[in-house]
Design a binder for this molecule. Structure first.
Ligand code: BES
Ligand code: MN
Ligand code: ZN
Length: 480
């Protein structure tokens, strides 16, 4: 969707004119701007409550309006809600062209506006590849505000570019599991590298064996498609920071021999969301030419049962010599991430940030609107929380409580991959922490936020959210 800022209403509009009636905004002033709405707006009972919306068609002017009783203009959450509401209404009517009237009488901060724009984009997305009847997205949206405004066109363009990367991520996660395998992910990453001149390295079977990437080899052993580790690197001419991103890419999580029961397997195509996020971020970093060195690591495998499958009781020896006893083959994410984290930390980046749909427990704790952040480095933690607040991809910190470390100590190996005394999100974080050495490290558990099974308050559609792409974009922009 193209979003542009214009100074006055188009005299001969196609589509609809959307008018948010912000709290405190004078209805009389709106009536002056739109005489055909005067009478309607005088009726107090109409559009009295936040969130109420009304389409009206003027016979005299032949203009179509969507009036919305919006909240305030100071909170970013109001901007997100408003955007969600606007887009869902427009969808119902298959409207493709929009003028969004933002009266000069209301103060609109850049934070409010950028969230409004982001969430207009986000709510314009549908995954309709398998629907015979395609949905009709909005194609063009003009923000109408008189006079000069402090919203640079560059920011609008960057939002559009970022949204394309979010869509790239959502399409990958929403795609059916038969079409997403380590093979297809490697192909996608190679295309991305070619398109954006990124340096790519792919480890397949022999490469994994040579480098002792035994977590990937174990977890991927039963699958028809062999596992893979990808690294993609973006090196700008000048940079003072280097960041490595790591993503969990289980292209389908059946649970392995500890097979998942019926309905918990249903959404497990989303278990590669972390990998999709880090690939999408690379696309954006290259497009926006951010002055930060960024390396993405995607650990890819399919977790299947079968005669070749790794087994409970097996012990994996990692490239850093640590050994891990398998207690449950369904706690596979940490096993493949350990390989990627060892490789990432060998390059000594300033920070490693890792995304994974790692634990069901984080969904219990934080639901589908907030991801779990586990990070012992204060500076990194603060920067991530700040980026989260700015963009709406929210994080809540879970403590990496060192007293729990003993719960993942095994009897005949250094570590075990699961334990059943609660706090499994934190224990998964503690497990990962073992594989990064001294590098500042953040683990972000997106098991709840990557994929919605029902529409959320700011995202009106279920399925993949792209959670993490805008968060990382914001974080990396702030570093630069
Ligand atoms: N991929 C799942 C976690 C998950 C759950 C992602 C719900 C998205 C939605 C992960 O591999 C898993 O199976 N975790 C287990 C670990 C347990 C066996 C220690 C879990 O959380 O139940
Ligand atoms: Mn699992
Ligand atoms: Zn998993």
């Amino acid at each position: 969707m193209k979003i542009k800022k214009i100074n006055r209403l188009l005299s001969n509009p196609h589509g609809v004119i959307v008018i948010p009636l912000f709290r405190g905004l004078s209805r009389a002033a709106i009536g002056v701007e739109f005489p055909e709405l005067q009478k309607l707006l005088q009726q107090k009972k109409i559009l009295g409550r936040d969130g109420e919306a009304l389409f009206c068609n003027s016979l005299s002017s032949r203009r179509l309006f969507l009036l919305i009783a919006a909240g305030g203009t100071d909170r970013k959450t109001d901007a997100r809600k408003l955007a969600c509401l606007i887009m869902s209404r427009l969808r119902e009517k298959h409207i493709r062209r929009v003028q969004l009237y933002l009266s000069n009488d209301t103060h609109i901060s850049p934070g409010f506006l950028l969230n409004l724009i982001d969430y207009l984009h986000l709510n314009n997305y549908r995954f309709d590849r398998y629907l015979r009847k395609k949905s009709k997205p909005v194609q063009r949206l003009d923000l109408v505000r008189r006079g000069k405004s402090p919203w640079p066109a560059a920011a609008l363009n960057a939002a559009e570019t970022t949204d394309r990367c979010v869509v790239f991520c959502r399409d990958l996660v929403n795609e059916i599991p038969s079409r997403i395998t380590p093979d297809t992910m490697v192909q996608t990453a190679s295309d991305l590298a070619a398109e954006h001149h990124l340096v790519i390295q792919v480890f397949r079977k022999s490469g994994l064996v040579e480098n002792g990437l035994n977590g990937l080899l174990a977890v991927g052993a039963a699958a028809a498609c062999s596992p893979a580790l990808i690294s993609l690197e973006y090196v700008p001419e000048k940079f003072s920071h280097s960041v490595s991103l790591v993503g969990k890419g289980i292209t389908f999580d059946a649970g392995g021999l500890n097979l998942k029961p019926g309905n918990s397997m249903e959404e497990m195509k989303c278990d590669m969301a972390g990998a999709a996020v880090v690939l999408a971020v690379m696309k954006n970093v290259a497009w926006l030419r951010l002055p930060v060195k960024v390396t993405a690591w995607a650990a890819l495998a399919e977790n299947m049962p079968g005669s070749q499958a790794y087994k409970p009781g097996d012990i994996i020896t990692y490239a850093n010599k640590k050994t891990v006893e398998i207690v449950n083959t369904d706690a596979e994410g940490r096993l493949i991430l350990a390989d990627a984290l060892i490789m990432a930390s060998r390059q000594r980046p300033d920070a490693i940030i890792e995304f994974s749909t790692l634990t069901g427990a984080v969904v219990t704790a934080l639901g589908d609107g907030i991801a779990g952040l586990m990070c012992r480095n204060k500076k990194l933690r603060t920067a991530l929380l700040q980026a989260a607040d700015a963009c709406g991809e929210l994080l809540w910190e879970l403590p990496l409580f060192s007293e729990y470390r003993k719960d993942i100590t095994a009897k005949i190996a250094d570590l075990k991959n699961a334990n059943y005394h609660g706090a499994s999100s934190i224990k998964a974080g503690l497990f990962l922490q073992e594989f990064v050495g001294k590098t500042p490290f953040a683990h972000i558990d997106i098991a709840g936020t990557a994929f919605l099974s029902r529409p959320g308050p700011w995202l009106g559609v279920e399925g993949a959210t792209g959670f993490g792409v805008r968060l990382m974009t914001e974080y990396l922009k702030n570093l630069a």
